[in-house]
Write a protein that binds this ligand. Structure first.
Ligand code: MD6
Ligand code: FE
Length: 203
């Protein structure tokens, strides 16, 4: 049996197909209003392979000049992020164990070739709240380690509908996506994978 680090919880099949479709419809509306953008790394300006957008009062963005941060507006349109859909608020209430509402939902779109390097989520002021992740579309190989980049890691597959909660002692653990498995879900017509991460930013 695979043992996950303390504070990391994986809930396979948390969203049934009907609820996945409902979340997807909301995310399509978010993307229509707040188009996916290509995030770039601080200082180097190297583009990440995922495309991103956000909903909720705050959104996570990054670019060469100003680096990782949360801001209330879309970097390209300058408009406020779309509201957090009610269905995501409900899922946060069901899973987070945290009394306050989420302030940001980062939407990551992966083509079947995209990946995400090992990182910590540490741009929030409040680490007492967990980060709640939902996966839609093709499966991926998810990797999670400890608080130090060189700590031993464990890897497991995330399928469409799975939830992951990173909180408590695991809140600052390194994690990343090594690969997407093409043709492993019929949810997204053009393949790829969507990951949603809901966060509390301010205490
Ligand atoms: C992904 N997930 O699944 C990337 N971050 O595509 C994350 O970076 C992540 O799954 C914080 C908490 C849970 C996560
Ligand atoms: Fe993360």
């Amino acid at each position: 049996m695979l043992v996950l680090p303390k504070g990391i919880r994986h809930i396979p099949g948390y969203l049934d197909r009907e609820r996945q479709e409902a979340v997807l419809a909301e995310i399509r509306a978010v993307v229509a209003e707040a188009p996916l953008f290509v995030p770039t790394m601080p200082k180097t300006g190297k583009p990440m392979s995922v495309r991103m957008t956000n909903c909720g009062p705050l959104g996570w963005v990054t670019d060469k000049e100003r680096g990782y941060r949360y801001q209330p507006t879309h970097p390209a349109t300058g408009k406020p992020w779309p509201a957090m859909p009610g269905i995501l608020m409900d899922i946060w209430s069901e899973l987070s164990g945290y009394a306050q509402e989420p302030e940001a939902c980062l939407v990551n779109y992966y083509t079947d070739e995209a990946k995400m390097g090992l990182h910590q989520d540490r741009d929030e002021k409040d680490f007492s709240a967990p980060v709640l992740s939902l996966s839609l579309g093709n499966a991926c190989l998810f990797r999670v380690g400890g608080k130090n980049r060189n700590d031993r890691t464990v890897s497991f597959r995330l399928e469409s509908g799975d939830a992951v909660i990173i909180g408590g002692e695991g809140r600052l653990n390194f994690h990343g996506v090594d690969r997407i498995y093409p043709d492993t879900s019929g949810l997204l017509r053009n393949g790829g994978r969507i990951n949603l991460t809901m966060r509390r930013v301010n205490s």
